[in-house]
Ligand binder design. Structure first.
Ligand code: FAD
Length: 476
Protein backbone atom coordinates (compact mmCIF):
# COMPACT_ATOMS: atom_id res chain seq x y z
CA UNK A 1 0.00 0.00 0.00
CA UNK A 2 1.33 3.48 -0.92
CA UNK A 3 2.04 5.70 2.09
CA UNK A 4 1.80 9.50 2.05
CA UNK A 5 2.59 12.19 4.59
CA UNK A 6 -0.51 14.23 3.79
CA UNK A 7 -3.64 13.36 1.81
CA UNK A 8 -6.19 15.92 0.66
CA UNK A 9 -9.72 14.62 0.07
CA UNK A 10 -11.50 16.60 -2.67
CA UNK A 11 -10.20 18.44 -5.73
CA UNK A 12 -12.29 21.61 -5.79
CA UNK A 13 -10.64 25.02 -5.55
CA UNK A 14 -9.90 24.49 -1.84
CA UNK A 15 -8.29 21.05 -2.15
CA UNK A 16 -6.35 22.04 -5.27
CA UNK A 17 -5.00 25.22 -3.60
CA UNK A 18 -4.03 23.23 -0.49
CA UNK A 19 -2.19 20.61 -2.57
CA UNK A 20 -0.39 23.43 -4.39
CA UNK A 21 0.93 24.70 -1.03
CA UNK A 22 1.90 21.20 0.16
CA UNK A 23 3.85 20.56 -3.06
CA UNK A 24 6.38 23.23 -2.05
CA UNK A 25 7.56 21.08 0.88
CA UNK A 26 9.60 17.90 1.05
CA UNK A 27 6.52 15.79 1.61
CA UNK A 28 4.71 12.95 -0.09
CA UNK A 29 1.41 14.72 -0.83
CA UNK A 30 -1.65 13.11 -2.42
CA UNK A 31 -5.07 14.38 -3.51
CA UNK A 32 -7.95 11.94 -3.94
CA UNK A 33 -10.86 13.19 -6.07
CA UNK A 34 -14.19 11.45 -6.56
CA UNK A 35 -14.78 12.68 -10.15
CA UNK A 36 -12.77 12.27 -13.38
CA UNK A 37 -11.31 15.79 -13.14
CA UNK A 38 -10.65 18.41 -10.52
CA UNK A 39 -13.13 21.34 -10.32
CA UNK A 40 -16.01 19.06 -11.24
CA UNK A 41 -18.56 20.20 -8.67
CA UNK A 42 -19.15 23.59 -6.97
CA UNK A 43 -15.88 25.03 -8.27
CA UNK A 44 -17.13 24.44 -11.81
CA UNK A 45 -20.45 26.24 -11.34
CA UNK A 46 -20.36 29.58 -9.56
CA UNK A 47 -20.18 33.29 -10.45
CA UNK A 48 -16.40 33.48 -10.70
CA UNK A 49 -16.35 36.78 -8.82
CA UNK A 50 -13.23 37.80 -6.93
CA UNK A 51 -15.11 39.56 -4.17
CA UNK A 52 -13.70 42.69 -2.55
CA UNK A 53 -14.90 41.61 0.93
CA UNK A 54 -17.16 44.54 1.93
CA UNK A 55 -20.25 42.45 2.71
CA UNK A 56 -18.90 39.68 4.98
CA UNK A 57 -19.78 40.07 8.65
CA UNK A 58 -16.70 41.62 10.32
CA UNK A 59 -14.89 39.16 12.59
CA UNK A 60 -15.97 36.04 10.67
CA UNK A 61 -13.67 33.61 8.87
CA UNK A 62 -15.43 34.62 5.66
CA UNK A 63 -14.37 38.25 6.16
CA UNK A 64 -10.81 37.30 7.11
CA UNK A 65 -10.17 34.94 4.19
CA UNK A 66 -12.05 37.04 1.60
CA UNK A 67 -9.93 40.10 2.37
CA UNK A 68 -6.66 38.14 2.49
CA UNK A 69 -7.60 36.06 -0.54
CA UNK A 70 -8.50 38.87 -2.95
CA UNK A 71 -4.94 40.12 -3.70
CA UNK A 72 -3.65 36.53 -3.69
CA UNK A 73 -6.12 35.52 -6.42
CA UNK A 74 -4.95 38.39 -8.63
CA UNK A 75 -1.29 37.46 -8.07
CA UNK A 76 -1.74 33.72 -8.49
CA UNK A 77 -4.02 33.97 -11.55
CA UNK A 78 -1.03 35.72 -13.19
CA UNK A 79 1.39 33.01 -12.02
CA UNK A 80 -0.89 30.24 -13.26
CA UNK A 81 -1.88 32.04 -16.49
CA UNK A 82 -5.58 31.85 -15.65
CA UNK A 83 -8.01 34.30 -17.34
CA UNK A 84 -8.95 37.13 -14.96
CA UNK A 85 -10.14 40.71 -15.07
CA UNK A 86 -9.98 43.22 -12.22
CA UNK A 87 -13.00 45.18 -13.43
CA UNK A 88 -14.37 46.30 -10.03
CA UNK A 89 -17.92 45.77 -8.81
CA UNK A 90 -21.00 47.91 -8.12
CA UNK A 91 -23.81 47.31 -5.66
CA UNK A 92 -26.61 49.37 -7.17
CA UNK A 93 -29.73 50.75 -5.50
CA UNK A 94 -32.68 53.04 -6.11
CA UNK A 95 -33.52 56.21 -4.14
CA UNK A 96 -34.61 54.08 -1.16
CA UNK A 97 -31.36 52.09 -1.07
CA UNK A 98 -28.86 54.63 0.24
CA UNK A 99 -29.14 53.34 3.85
CA UNK A 100 -28.31 49.83 2.68
CA UNK A 101 -25.27 51.07 0.77
CA UNK A 102 -24.07 53.06 3.77
CA UNK A 103 -24.42 49.98 5.99
CA UNK A 104 -22.28 48.07 3.48
CA UNK A 105 -19.72 50.89 3.45
CA UNK A 106 -19.46 50.60 7.27
CA UNK A 107 -18.82 46.85 7.00
CA UNK A 108 -16.24 47.56 4.31
CA UNK A 109 -14.45 49.94 6.66
CA UNK A 110 -14.49 47.36 9.45
CA UNK A 111 -13.06 44.75 7.05
CA UNK A 112 -10.43 47.18 5.70
CA UNK A 113 -11.84 47.17 2.14
CA UNK A 114 -11.75 50.24 -0.12
CA UNK A 115 -15.21 51.27 -1.40
CA UNK A 116 -16.85 54.50 -2.56
CA UNK A 117 -20.54 55.49 -2.66
CA UNK A 118 -21.36 57.00 -6.06
CA UNK A 119 -24.34 58.99 -7.30
CA UNK A 120 -26.09 58.08 -10.56
CA UNK A 121 -23.85 60.22 -12.76
CA UNK A 122 -20.68 58.76 -11.26
CA UNK A 123 -22.15 55.26 -11.52
CA UNK A 124 -22.92 55.69 -15.23
CA UNK A 125 -19.27 56.57 -15.89
CA UNK A 126 -18.33 53.08 -14.66
CA UNK A 127 -21.35 51.18 -15.97
CA UNK A 128 -23.53 52.98 -18.54
CA UNK A 129 -26.09 50.16 -18.59
CA UNK A 130 -27.40 50.18 -15.02
CA UNK A 131 -31.22 50.30 -14.89
CA UNK A 132 -32.93 53.70 -15.11
CA UNK A 133 -34.18 53.48 -11.51
CA UNK A 134 -30.63 53.24 -10.09
CA UNK A 135 -29.76 56.34 -8.08
CA UNK A 136 -26.65 55.25 -6.12
CA UNK A 137 -24.02 52.55 -6.05
CA UNK A 138 -21.20 51.21 -3.91
CA UNK A 139 -18.07 50.83 -6.01
CA UNK A 140 -15.36 48.32 -4.99
CA UNK A 141 -12.30 48.68 -7.25
CA UNK A 142 -10.51 45.56 -5.98
CA UNK A 143 -13.26 43.17 -7.18
CA UNK A 144 -13.34 41.41 -10.53
CA UNK A 145 -13.70 38.03 -12.21
CA UNK A 146 -11.57 34.92 -12.68
CA UNK A 147 -12.15 31.57 -14.36
CA UNK A 148 -12.95 29.42 -11.30
CA UNK A 149 -12.32 26.00 -12.84
CA UNK A 150 -9.15 27.13 -14.61
CA UNK A 151 -7.88 28.49 -11.29
CA UNK A 152 -8.36 25.06 -9.66
CA UNK A 153 -6.85 23.30 -12.67
CA UNK A 154 -3.93 25.77 -12.52
CA UNK A 155 -3.27 24.90 -8.85
CA UNK A 156 -3.54 21.19 -9.65
CA UNK A 157 -1.15 21.47 -12.61
CA UNK A 158 1.37 23.39 -10.53
CA UNK A 159 1.10 20.92 -7.66
CA UNK A 160 1.74 17.99 -10.02
CA UNK A 161 4.63 19.88 -11.65
CA UNK A 162 6.13 20.29 -8.17
CA UNK A 163 5.83 16.58 -7.35
CA UNK A 164 2.40 16.08 -5.74
CA UNK A 165 0.17 13.22 -6.84
CA UNK A 166 -3.50 13.41 -7.87
CA UNK A 167 -5.67 10.33 -8.25
CA UNK A 168 -9.01 10.91 -10.00
CA UNK A 169 -12.13 8.71 -9.83
CA UNK A 170 -11.08 7.82 -6.30
CA UNK A 171 -13.96 8.63 -3.92
CA UNK A 172 -13.00 7.98 -0.31
CA UNK A 173 -15.61 5.53 0.96
CA UNK A 174 -14.14 4.43 4.30
CA UNK A 175 -11.40 5.55 6.69
CA UNK A 176 -9.82 3.60 9.53
CA UNK A 177 -6.72 3.97 11.69
CA UNK A 178 -3.82 1.49 11.66
CA UNK A 179 -0.41 1.91 13.38
CA UNK A 180 -0.89 5.69 13.71
CA UNK A 181 -1.80 6.16 10.05
CA UNK A 182 -5.17 6.77 8.46
CA UNK A 183 -6.08 4.16 5.83
CA UNK A 184 -8.30 5.65 3.12
CA UNK A 185 -10.35 3.19 1.04
CA UNK A 186 -11.23 4.04 -2.55
CA UNK A 187 -12.15 2.02 -5.66
CA UNK A 188 -8.56 2.71 -6.82
CA UNK A 189 -7.10 1.01 -3.74
CA UNK A 190 -6.14 1.84 -0.18
CA UNK A 191 -3.80 4.66 0.78
CA UNK A 192 -2.01 5.15 4.09
CA UNK A 193 -1.41 8.69 5.29
CA UNK A 194 -0.28 10.42 8.44
CA UNK A 195 -2.44 13.52 7.96
CA UNK A 196 -5.84 13.89 6.29
CA UNK A 197 -7.15 17.23 5.02
CA UNK A 198 -10.90 17.24 4.41
CA UNK A 199 -11.78 19.49 1.45
CA UNK A 200 -14.70 17.38 0.24
CA UNK A 201 -17.15 20.26 -0.29
CA UNK A 202 -20.75 19.00 -0.23
CA UNK A 203 -19.50 15.72 1.31
CA UNK A 204 -17.31 17.40 3.94
CA UNK A 205 -19.57 16.44 6.85
CA UNK A 206 -19.74 12.85 5.56
CA UNK A 207 -15.92 12.58 5.60
CA UNK A 208 -15.85 14.03 9.13
CA UNK A 209 -18.33 11.34 10.22
CA UNK A 210 -16.20 8.60 8.60
CA UNK A 211 -13.30 9.41 10.96
CA UNK A 212 -15.36 10.34 14.01
CA UNK A 213 -14.38 14.02 13.82
CA UNK A 214 -16.82 16.82 14.73
CA UNK A 215 -20.34 16.19 13.41
CA UNK A 216 -21.93 19.00 11.40
CA UNK A 217 -25.42 19.45 9.97
CA UNK A 218 -25.19 20.56 6.35
CA UNK A 219 -27.72 22.40 4.23
CA UNK A 220 -27.48 23.32 0.57
CA UNK A 221 -28.57 26.26 -1.57
CA UNK A 222 -28.75 25.91 -5.34
CA UNK A 223 -27.98 28.80 -7.69
CA UNK A 224 -29.09 28.83 -11.36
CA UNK A 225 -27.58 30.97 -14.11
CA UNK A 226 -27.99 32.07 -17.70
CA UNK A 227 -24.79 32.24 -19.81
CA UNK A 228 -24.96 34.68 -22.70
CA UNK A 229 -23.12 34.68 -25.97
CA UNK A 230 -19.85 36.61 -26.08
CA UNK A 231 -21.49 39.22 -28.36
CA UNK A 232 -23.14 40.56 -25.17
CA UNK A 233 -19.78 41.22 -23.50
CA UNK A 234 -19.50 44.71 -25.02
CA UNK A 235 -22.56 45.85 -23.06
CA UNK A 236 -21.16 45.28 -19.59
CA UNK A 237 -18.08 46.82 -18.00
CA UNK A 238 -18.22 45.70 -14.37
CA UNK A 239 -19.98 43.32 -11.97
CA UNK A 240 -23.45 44.61 -11.02
CA UNK A 241 -25.02 43.41 -7.76
CA UNK A 242 -28.31 44.41 -6.12
CA UNK A 243 -28.29 45.11 -2.38
CA UNK A 244 -27.60 41.81 -0.57
CA UNK A 245 -30.33 40.02 1.41
CA UNK A 246 -30.31 37.26 4.05
CA UNK A 247 -30.28 34.70 1.19
CA UNK A 248 -27.04 36.03 -0.26
CA UNK A 249 -25.47 38.57 -2.54
CA UNK A 250 -28.44 38.58 -4.92
CA UNK A 251 -28.72 38.24 -8.67
CA UNK A 252 -25.79 39.73 -10.49
CA UNK A 253 -24.99 40.65 -14.05
CA UNK A 254 -21.32 40.11 -14.78
CA UNK A 255 -18.76 39.56 -17.47
CA UNK A 256 -16.92 36.26 -17.25
CA UNK A 257 -13.14 36.13 -17.39
CA UNK A 258 -13.43 34.29 -20.71
CA UNK A 259 -15.59 36.89 -22.44
CA UNK A 260 -19.21 35.81 -21.88
CA UNK A 261 -21.84 37.40 -19.64
CA UNK A 262 -23.76 35.67 -16.83
CA UNK A 263 -27.04 36.46 -15.06
CA UNK A 264 -27.60 34.73 -11.73
CA UNK A 265 -27.53 33.00 -9.29
CA UNK A 266 -30.85 32.20 -7.65
CA UNK A 267 -30.88 30.92 -4.05
CA UNK A 268 -33.03 27.77 -3.71
CA UNK A 269 -32.73 25.87 -0.41
CA UNK A 270 -32.47 22.10 -0.85
CA UNK A 271 -31.53 19.05 1.19
CA UNK A 272 -30.10 17.20 -1.82
CA UNK A 273 -26.29 17.31 -1.95
CA UNK A 274 -26.37 16.67 -5.71
CA UNK A 275 -29.16 19.07 -6.71
CA UNK A 276 -27.70 20.89 -9.72
CA UNK A 277 -30.61 20.83 -12.17
CA UNK A 278 -31.91 24.29 -13.12
CA UNK A 279 -35.70 24.67 -12.96
CA UNK A 280 -38.01 26.82 -15.09
CA UNK A 281 -39.39 28.62 -12.00
CA UNK A 282 -35.92 29.53 -10.90
CA UNK A 283 -34.92 30.76 -14.36
CA UNK A 284 -38.14 32.79 -14.54
CA UNK A 285 -37.17 34.51 -11.29
CA UNK A 286 -33.90 35.53 -12.98
CA UNK A 287 -35.88 37.00 -15.88
CA UNK A 288 -37.79 39.13 -13.38
CA UNK A 289 -34.75 40.21 -11.34
CA UNK A 290 -32.12 41.16 -13.93
CA UNK A 291 -34.02 44.23 -15.28
CA UNK A 292 -34.11 45.69 -11.75
CA UNK A 293 -30.39 46.46 -11.95
CA UNK A 294 -29.48 46.22 -15.64
CA UNK A 295 -31.20 47.91 -18.54
CA UNK A 296 -30.09 45.68 -21.44
CA UNK A 297 -31.17 42.14 -20.50
CA UNK A 298 -30.73 39.89 -23.52
CA UNK A 299 -32.22 36.53 -22.59
CA UNK A 300 -32.48 35.73 -26.31
CA UNK A 301 -28.66 35.57 -26.38
CA UNK A 302 -28.58 32.75 -23.83
CA UNK A 303 -26.32 29.89 -24.96
CA UNK A 304 -26.60 27.75 -21.84
CA UNK A 305 -27.99 27.52 -18.33
CA UNK A 306 -26.13 25.98 -15.41
CA UNK A 307 -26.49 25.51 -11.72
CA UNK A 308 -24.17 25.33 -8.70
CA UNK A 309 -24.67 24.19 -5.13
CA UNK A 310 -23.62 26.15 -2.04
CA UNK A 311 -22.73 23.97 0.96
CA UNK A 312 -23.66 25.63 4.25
CA UNK A 313 -22.54 24.60 7.73
CA UNK A 314 -23.96 27.24 10.08
CA UNK A 315 -23.07 30.78 9.01
CA UNK A 316 -19.31 30.54 8.54
CA UNK A 317 -16.52 28.41 7.08
CA UNK A 318 -15.25 25.48 9.17
CA UNK A 319 -11.45 25.58 9.18
CA UNK A 320 -9.18 23.97 11.76
CA UNK A 321 -7.76 20.81 13.26
CA UNK A 322 -10.26 18.35 14.65
CA UNK A 323 -10.38 18.24 18.46
CA UNK A 324 -11.81 14.71 18.32
CA UNK A 325 -9.30 12.87 16.18
CA UNK A 326 -5.64 13.73 15.71
CA UNK A 327 -3.95 14.70 12.44
CA UNK A 328 -7.24 15.56 10.79
CA UNK A 329 -7.64 19.05 9.30
CA UNK A 330 -10.95 20.44 8.00
CA UNK A 331 -11.70 23.09 5.37
CA UNK A 332 -15.43 22.49 4.85
CA UNK A 333 -18.68 24.43 4.59
CA UNK A 334 -16.84 26.67 2.14
CA UNK A 335 -19.68 28.55 0.49
CA UNK A 336 -19.32 32.01 -1.05
CA UNK A 337 -16.80 33.74 -1.00
CA UNK A 338 -14.85 30.47 -1.08
CA UNK A 339 -13.33 30.96 -4.52
CA UNK A 340 -11.86 34.32 -3.49
CA UNK A 341 -10.80 32.97 -0.12
CA UNK A 342 -9.15 29.79 -1.43
CA UNK A 343 -5.48 30.89 -1.50
CA UNK A 344 -5.68 32.43 1.98
CA UNK A 345 -7.51 29.37 3.37
CA UNK A 346 -4.86 27.16 1.76
CA UNK A 347 -2.04 29.10 3.47
CA UNK A 348 -3.61 28.53 6.90
CA UNK A 349 -4.51 24.89 6.19
CA UNK A 350 -0.89 24.29 5.15
CA UNK A 351 0.30 25.70 8.49
CA UNK A 352 -2.16 23.43 10.36
CA UNK A 353 -0.98 20.38 8.39
CA UNK A 354 2.73 21.15 8.84
CA UNK A 355 2.32 21.43 12.61
CA UNK A 356 3.77 18.13 13.82
CA UNK A 357 5.45 17.24 10.52
CA UNK A 358 9.15 17.80 10.14
CA UNK A 359 8.99 19.13 6.61
CA UNK A 360 11.35 21.59 4.95
CA UNK A 361 10.53 23.86 2.07
CA UNK A 362 11.92 22.49 -1.21
CA UNK A 363 14.99 24.34 -2.45
CA UNK A 364 13.42 24.66 -5.86
CA UNK A 365 9.83 24.69 -7.00
CA UNK A 366 7.95 26.14 -9.94
CA UNK A 367 5.92 29.27 -9.13
CA UNK A 368 5.23 30.72 -12.58
CA UNK A 369 3.69 28.15 -14.91
CA UNK A 370 4.39 28.18 -18.67
CA UNK A 371 2.02 30.46 -20.61
CA UNK A 372 -0.78 28.70 -22.49
CA UNK A 373 -0.61 29.58 -26.15
CA UNK A 374 -4.12 30.58 -27.34
CA UNK A 375 -4.92 31.14 -31.01
CA UNK A 376 -7.18 34.04 -30.05
CA UNK A 377 -4.22 35.88 -28.51
CA UNK A 378 -1.61 35.23 -31.21
CA UNK A 379 -0.45 37.78 -33.78
CA UNK A 380 -0.42 36.71 -37.43
CA UNK A 381 3.38 36.40 -37.35
CA UNK A 382 3.34 34.24 -34.20
CA UNK A 383 0.67 32.00 -35.70
CA UNK A 384 2.54 31.62 -38.95
CA UNK A 385 5.65 30.53 -37.08
CA UNK A 386 3.71 28.05 -34.92
CA UNK A 387 2.00 26.51 -37.98
CA UNK A 388 5.40 26.11 -39.65
CA UNK A 389 6.64 24.19 -36.57
CA UNK A 390 3.45 22.18 -35.96
CA UNK A 391 0.61 22.07 -38.47
CA UNK A 392 -1.93 21.27 -35.75
CA UNK A 393 -1.87 25.04 -35.08
CA UNK A 394 -3.42 25.42 -38.53
CA UNK A 395 -6.39 23.14 -37.81
CA UNK A 396 -9.35 24.83 -36.08
CA UNK A 397 -11.34 22.39 -33.96
CA UNK A 398 -13.77 24.75 -32.19
CA UNK A 399 -15.02 27.43 -34.59
CA UNK A 400 -16.97 29.45 -32.02
CA UNK A 401 -14.07 29.87 -29.60
CA UNK A 402 -11.32 29.56 -32.23
CA UNK A 403 -9.47 26.67 -30.62
CA UNK A 404 -6.92 24.67 -32.62
CA UNK A 405 -6.01 21.00 -32.51
CA UNK A 406 -2.67 21.99 -30.95
CA UNK A 407 -4.52 23.53 -27.98
CA UNK A 408 -6.72 20.45 -27.53
CA UNK A 409 -3.63 18.21 -27.56
CA UNK A 410 -1.89 20.52 -25.05
CA UNK A 411 -4.93 20.14 -22.73
CA UNK A 412 -4.74 16.35 -23.02
CA UNK A 413 -1.00 16.44 -22.27
CA UNK A 414 -1.11 18.97 -19.43
CA UNK A 415 0.46 18.06 -16.03
CA UNK A 416 -2.98 16.86 -14.85
CA UNK A 417 -4.13 15.48 -18.20
CA UNK A 418 -7.64 16.08 -19.55
CA UNK A 419 -9.18 12.67 -20.28
CA UNK A 420 -12.79 13.65 -21.07
CA UNK A 421 -14.55 16.03 -23.46
CA UNK A 422 -15.59 18.25 -20.53
CA UNK A 423 -12.07 18.30 -19.11
CA UNK A 424 -10.74 19.43 -22.50
CA UNK A 425 -13.48 22.08 -22.62
CA UNK A 426 -12.54 23.48 -19.20
CA UNK A 427 -8.86 23.73 -20.18
CA UNK A 428 -8.98 25.22 -23.68
CA UNK A 429 -12.66 26.22 -24.20
CA UNK A 430 -13.35 23.88 -27.16
CA UNK A 431 -17.14 23.48 -26.89
CA UNK A 432 -17.75 26.54 -24.67
CA UNK A 433 -19.03 28.78 -27.47
CA UNK A 434 -22.33 29.53 -29.14
CA UNK A 435 -22.91 26.04 -30.53
CA UNK A 436 -21.91 24.39 -27.21
CA UNK A 437 -19.89 21.66 -28.90
CA UNK A 438 -22.38 20.94 -31.70
CA UNK A 439 -19.62 21.22 -34.30
CA UNK A 440 -16.46 20.35 -32.39
CA UNK A 441 -17.72 17.66 -29.98
CA UNK A 442 -16.96 14.74 -32.28
CA UNK A 443 -13.59 16.26 -33.34
CA UNK A 444 -12.56 16.51 -29.69
CA UNK A 445 -13.70 12.90 -29.17
CA UNK A 446 -11.55 11.77 -32.12
CA UNK A 447 -8.50 13.60 -30.77
CA UNK A 448 -9.05 12.17 -27.28
CA UNK A 449 -9.47 8.70 -28.78
CA UNK A 450 -6.20 9.04 -30.71
CA UNK A 451 -4.18 10.62 -27.88
CA UNK A 452 -5.43 8.26 -25.14
CA UNK A 453 -5.32 5.18 -27.37
CA UNK A 454 -8.93 4.19 -26.62
CA UNK A 455 -11.81 3.48 -29.01
CA UNK A 456 -14.30 6.29 -29.67
CA UNK A 457 -16.97 4.39 -27.78
CA UNK A 458 -14.86 4.67 -24.62
CA UNK A 459 -14.34 8.44 -24.79
CA UNK A 460 -16.29 9.99 -21.93
CA UNK A 461 -18.13 13.29 -21.80
CA UNK A 462 -17.30 13.79 -18.12
CA UNK A 463 -18.62 12.59 -14.76
CA UNK A 464 -18.63 9.04 -16.18
CA UNK A 465 -21.14 9.78 -18.97
CA UNK A 466 -20.62 8.00 -22.29
CA UNK A 467 -21.26 9.81 -25.58
CA UNK A 468 -21.05 7.14 -28.31
CA UNK A 469 -22.74 3.88 -27.29
CA UNK A 470 -21.71 1.74 -30.30
CA UNK A 471 -20.62 2.01 -33.93
CA UNK A 472 -23.37 2.37 -36.52
CA UNK A 473 -21.09 2.30 -39.58
CA UNK A 474 -17.43 1.89 -40.41
CA UNK A 475 -15.65 4.71 -42.27
CA UNK A 476 -12.26 4.31 -43.95
C1 FAD B 1 -24.06 29.56 -6.99
C2 FAD B 1 -22.72 29.83 -6.39
C3 FAD B 1 -22.06 31.04 -6.64
C4 FAD B 1 -20.83 31.30 -6.08
N1 FAD B 1 -20.16 32.43 -6.43
C5 FAD B 1 -18.95 32.67 -5.90
C6 FAD B 1 -18.22 33.82 -6.30
O1 FAD B 1 -18.63 34.54 -7.19
N2 FAD B 1 -17.05 34.09 -5.69
C7 FAD B 1 -16.56 33.30 -4.69
O2 FAD B 1 -15.53 33.64 -4.13
N3 FAD B 1 -17.20 32.16 -4.34
C8 FAD B 1 -18.36 31.83 -4.93
N4 FAD B 1 -19.03 30.69 -4.61
C9 FAD B 1 -18.42 29.79 -3.64
C10 FAD B 1 -17.39 28.87 -4.28
O3 FAD B 1 -17.82 28.38 -5.52
C11 FAD B 1 -17.13 27.71 -3.32
O4 FAD B 1 -16.80 28.25 -2.07
C12 FAD B 1 -16.01 26.81 -3.75
O5 FAD B 1 -16.14 26.41 -5.09
C13 FAD B 1 -16.00 25.59 -2.84
O6 FAD B 1 -14.90 24.82 -3.19
P1 FAD B 1 -14.66 23.42 -2.49
O7 FAD B 1 -13.33 22.97 -2.96
O8 FAD B 1 -14.90 23.53 -1.02
O9 FAD B 1 -15.85 22.49 -3.00
P2 FAD B 1 -16.02 21.71 -4.39
O10 FAD B 1 -15.64 22.53 -5.54
O11 FAD B 1 -17.38 21.12 -4.40
O12 FAD B 1 -14.94 20.56 -4.27
C14 FAD B 1 -15.11 19.46 -3.42
C15 FAD B 1 -14.59 18.25 -4.16
O13 FAD B 1 -14.61 17.13 -3.30
C16 FAD B 1 -14.93 15.99 -4.09
N5 FAD B 1 -15.41 14.95 -3.20
C17 FAD B 1 -16.59 14.89 -2.55
N6 FAD B 1 -16.68 13.76 -1.84
C18 FAD B 1 -15.52 13.08 -2.01
C19 FAD B 1 -15.01 11.85 -1.53
N7 FAD B 1 -15.73 11.06 -0.72
N8 FAD B 1 -13.77 11.46 -1.93
C20 FAD B 1 -13.03 12.24 -2.77
N9 FAD B 1 -13.49 13.42 -3.26
C21 FAD B 1 -14.70 13.84 -2.88
C22 FAD B 1 -15.98 16.51 -5.05
O14 FAD B 1 -16.11 15.70 -6.20
C23 FAD B 1 -15.44 17.89 -5.38
O15 FAD B 1 -14.63 17.90 -6.53
C24 FAD B 1 -20.25 30.37 -5.19
C25 FAD B 1 -20.90 29.16 -4.96
C26 FAD B 1 -22.10 28.88 -5.58
C27 FAD B 1 -22.73 27.55 -5.40
Amino acid sequence: MDRFDVTVIGGGIIGAAVLDRLSRYDLKALLLEKCDDVASFTTRANSGIVHAGYDCEPGTLKAKYNVLGNPLVWKEAEELDVPHLKCGSLVVAGEDGIDGLEALAKKAEANGVEVRILDREQTLKIEPNVADRIAYSLYAPSAGVVSPYQMAIGYADRAVTNGAKIILEAPVTAICKRDGDYILSTPKGEFATKIVINCAGANGAFINDLVGAEHYETTYRRGDYFVLDSTERKNISTVIFPLPTAAGKGILVAPTADGNVIYGPTAIDTTDSEDVASTLDSLDSLRASVPLTYKRPAFNKCIRVYSGLRTLIGHDFVIGRSQKTENFVMAIGICSPGLTSAPAIADDVLALALDGLNANKKKEFVTVMPRHKRLKELSDDELEQLVAEDNRWGRIVCRCEKVTEAEVVAAIRSPLPATTVDAVKRRCRAGMGRCQGGFCGTRVMQILSRELGVPLTEVKKGLGANIARYRVKEVE
